[in-house]
Ligand binder design. Structure first.
Ligand code: PGA
Length: 258
């Protein structure tokens, strides 16, 4: 990461894990481990039903609560869906959009863009996920694929709104597989992500947009990944379910901050 130009962000993505009571226990444990000094930004993205529990325990700390999904429409006959104003009213600051697990459920790039718009329209910050499959990597189309995902999603973001956006590069082959990208592989694509942002918005915004890596990041490999200049943080699934492991990743980000 490059602290001169951008902040470090460590974000948890719990996926479909933890009940409200488990959320309370996790957040209570995390709270007791939080340092007093200024550290990297910490975000916990959790299932919607857990958000009030997380919010209650972590209010008046610097930990932000995030959601894992949003519906792009403002309201209506959409049984089971959650609108942006509901999340914002609950105190949510970040929302993940474009995660490969949701793309796998049929979310297209244009739908991801609409969701990203809904996040911004409700005053929250999108964490936009992009990433290639193993097949695409082996075919040598990683950059083309990621450029397309970024261009479609960011087409709804005005230049003055880019500072609200966090981008996460998550190679599908590394998610939940224990097969992390090497720091070099992750750096290469995170640098490419920044170059696409540069073409779309110019040098200065590209320099300040946080680009995270996600895909089997854990307390053991975080330090080396975060040492790379274009990797500004992590989006962490499995290793974010344990408060101690998660805090070790936060520590790794802070050591790299020095
Ligand atoms: P993982 O998940 O850390 O369990 O690989 C990361 C993610 O999907 O955001």
């Amino acid at each position: 990461m490059n602290r001169k130009y951008r902040r470090a962000v460590i974000a948890a993505n719990w996926k479909m894990n933890k009940t409200p009571s488990e959320t309370r226990d996790f957040c209570t444990a995390l709270r007791s481990m939080l340092p007093r000094s200024r550290w990297c930004d910490i975000i916990l993205c959790m299932p919607a039903i857990d958000i009030p529990s997380g919010m209650r325990v972590l209010k008046d700390t610097r930990v932000a609560i995030g959601a894992e999904n949003i519906h792009e429409k403002a309201s209506g006959a959409l049984t089971g869906e959650i609108a942006g104003n509901m999340l914002a009213d609950a105190g949510v600051k970040y929302v993940i959009v474009g995660h490969s697990e949701r793309r796998e459920m049929g979310e297209s790039d244009t739908r991801v863009a609409a969701k990203l718009r809904a996040v911004l329209d409700n005053g929250m910050n999108p964490i936009l996920c992009v990433g290639e499959s193993l097949e695409q990597r082996e075919l040598g189309v990683t950059e083309e694929w990621i450029a397309m995902q970024l261009k479609i999603a960011l087409s709804v973001v005005k230049p003055e709104e880019l500072k609200k956006v966090v981008i996460a590069y998550e190679p599908i082959w590394a998610i939940g597989t224990g097969k992390t990208a090497t720091p070099e592989q992750a750096q290469e694509v995170c640098e490419f992500v920044r170059s696409v942002v540069r073409k779309l918005y110019g040098a200065r915004p590209a320099r300040s947009v946080p680009v995270l890596y996600g895909g089997s990041m854990n307390e053991k490999n975080a330090f080396d990944l975060l040492a790379k200049p274009d990797i500004d943080g992590g989006l962490i699934g499995g290793a974010s379910l344990d408060p101690e492991k998660f805090m070790q990743i936060v520590h790794a980000a802070n050591q790299n901050n020095d």
